[in-house]
Design a protein around this ligand. Structure first.
Ligand code: 13P
Length: 249
């Protein structure tokens, strides 16, 4: 059985105290939900404080990014070892906002993947096409290239730990969601692509959907065979919405 996961990507939102309040509420309200791994990904500055609030609760902690290098003279960067030290177990990598605004390439992402595994952080690795690529029917090849240039380079062992998030760029923060059929179609394609490289192990890989996922559409998205949960942006900033999404399996 694949893990079901709902992860909240807070992006560059909340103050530290708001973030603490939010996780306290999430922990409290998630008590009735079983069989779903909940993850929150606050900004770097919040990690240690949020980790303290999470303690040994069922909610796990993630960063939103990590440095490509181990340590040293890289002003402004945060190493995977520091993220792990702060109490996080997961790290989002390759989010389209990082690819788009910070020039993250497959080459950088390969280094970041290595940093995560060297520090026992589980990557939540994002892929997804832009609107023009979807409209010109190139989404399959775009997503395949994003995987084959990066995740395909992992050892079988490391691949067995990775979480994939499919986030069509045109659906992020736009209120426009992939239809359940579109999501299932490309999630199945992602799994098939991973299986071509890693064989049966790919059937255990959680593949999350991200892009305007909310309490109203989560159920119809998560009902699909190959949609194992969601990576939630805007709706993860409200405990009630996040919890309703987590209860949508
Ligand atoms: P929204 O849910 O705000 O569309 O963001 C999705 C996302 O980018 C999560 O990583």
């Amino acid at each position: 059985m694949r893990k079901k996961i709902v992860a909240g990507n807070w992006k560059m939102n909340t103050s530290i105290s708001k973030g603490e309040q939010l996780v306290v509420e999430i922990v409290e309200k998630s008590k009735g939900i079983n069989g779903v791994l909940l993850i929150v990904a606050p900004p770097f500055t919040h990690l240690t404080k949020v980790a303290d609030k999470l303690g040994n609760t069922r909610v796990a902690l993630s960063a939103q990014n990590c440095a490509a290098e181990t340590s040293g003279a890289y002003t402004g960067e945060v190493a995977a070892s520091m993220i792990a030290d702060a109490g996080a177990k997961y790290c989002i990598l390759g989010h389209s906002e990082r690819r788009e605004y910070y020039g993250e390439t497959d080459e950088t992402l390969n280094k970041k993947l290595a940093q995560c595994f060297a520090n026992n952080l589980i990557p939540i690795f994002c892929v997804g096409e832009k609107l023009a690529e979807r409209e010109s029917n190139h989404h399959f090849e775009v997503v395949k290239a994003q995987l084959s240039n990066t995740v395909f380079n992992l050892s079988e062992d490391d691949f067995g730990k990775v979480i994939i998030a499919y986030e069509p760029v045109w659906a992020i923060g736009t209120g426009k969601t992939a239809t359940p059929d579109q999501a299932q179609e490309i999630h199945a394609f992602i799994r098939k692509t991973l299986a071509e490289k890693f064989g049966a192990k790919a059937s255990d890989t959680p593949i999350l959907y991200g892009g305007s996922c909310n309490p109203a559409n989560a159920k119809s998205l998560f009902a699909n065979e190959d949609v194992d949960g969601g990576l939630i942006g805007g709706a993860s900033l409200k405990a009630d919405d996040f919890i309703t999404i987590a209860a949508s399996f």
